[in-house]
Design a protein around this ligand. Structure first.
Ligand code: 13P
Length: 340
């Protein structure tokens, strides 16, 4: 294992002012997104949509990495440039989603386990050949009356650790993503307790699997109120709860934390990240790896029409720029008014 190379890649992804575009929606998820704008999900419509995101001029000032889906890593731009090369030429590191999705955990109603470990070593070797520098595996933890169970947390933590070890064996930086869902009426303190326990199990498992933490990144949820909780925490409360929770359970050897947006509005996700970075310096870089929060406005602007590509690119560029500012704690709502 070339530890130094892994650490360099991880650090490049969380370099100041930049974060990750998560554009690795699976077939089912991208269909759900396209349904909201009435566009059929076909190989060509998916290609055209990712093309507009990756071809956005200047976005590389704020985007250090792009996560692709298996289909996308094999596709090319309208000018026939393979997406991997298009990104690499802009200095954006290509990444790949390697899990095969979260499935019901047998025997544990309402809980999920992420699949995809079988054959992963061979798939990793191929993705490396295709140019992937980092990978992602998402575990899903649901909050409910009696859940998550300890068994579910441990099963998912072990799968994340086995994935991470295989990534590093292949010279690929693992993004370790345990997502505690924001669905539900629970309050922010319940989210904090579940997030802390989840992360503790994940770092126990990573330690046991001899994963080199300096060559990893963490992609977690923020500590926030449940979506249907009547009492919604402010950005400052979210920032305080998230940072203080993570200080207790995320080792300082981890170079960066790249948050998912998880269903927050685009502006809220930016505001929360900004509030964390405005608190001062932390043991790790605090960055973003947003899917919906970077893409939602662009998707709405696009509507599947080539005439709208420029408007969609402006919308994507604007969100990338706002989140770039949030990396330094210098974002403000005024930036939204100056939107193109
Ligand atoms: P969201 O930011 O839309 O949650 O997507 C991030 C992601 O990659 C989830 O796995």
């Amino acid at each position: 294992m070339d530890k130094q190379r892994l650490a360099e890649i991880a650090q490049a992804i969380v370099q100041p002012g930049k974060g990750i575009l998560a554009a690795d929606e699976s077939g089912g998820t991208i269909k759900k997104r396209f349904d909201t704008i009435g566009v059929a999900s076909t190989e060509e419509s998916r290609r055209a949509y990712r093309d507009l995101l990756f071809s956005t001029e200047g976005a590389e000032a704020y985007i250090s990495g792009g996560i692709l889906f298996d289909e996308t890593i094999r596709q090319s731009s309208h000018q026939d440039t393979p997406f991997v090369r298009l990104l690499a030429d802009k200095g954006i590191l290509p990444g790949i989603k390697v899990d095969k999705g979260a499935k019901p955990l047998a025997g544990f109603a309402g809980e999920k386990i992420t699949e995809g470990l079988d054959g992963l070593r061979e798939r990793m070797a191929e993705y490396r050949e295709l140019g992937a520098k980092f990978a992602k595996w998402r575990a899903v933890i649901t909050i409910g009356d009696e859940i998550p169970t300890r068994f579910c947390l441990e099963a998912n933590a072990r799968a994340l650790a086995r994935y991470a070890a295989l990534c590093q064996e292949a010279g690929i930086v693992p993004i370790v993503e345990p997502e505690v869902l924001m669905d539900g009426r629970h309050d922010i303190s319940r989210c904090r307790a579940v997030t802390a326990e989840t992360l503790q199990r994940v770092y126990d498992a990573l330690f046991e699997h001899c994963v080199y933490l300096e060559g990893t990144l963490l992609k977690p949820n923020m500590v926030i109120s449940g979506q249907d909780c009547p009492q919604q925490a402010s950005a400052e409360q979210v920032a305080e709860a998230t940072v203080s929770c993570f200080r207790q359970v995320v080792p300082a050897a981890v170079p960066g934390i790249v948050f998912l947006s998880g269903g927050q509005s685009s502006e809220q996700a930016t505001e929360n990240l900004n509030a964390m970075n405005a608190m001062g310096t932390h043991p790790w870089e605090l960055s973003f790896s947003y899917g919906r929060a970077l893409q939602a406005h662009a998707l709405q602007a696009w509507q599947g029409k080539s005439d709208n590509i420029a408007a969609a690119q402006r919308a994507f560029y604007h969100r990338a720029k706002c989140n770039g500012a949030a990396r330094a704690g210098t974002y403000s709502r005024a930036m939204e008014e100056t939107a193109a």
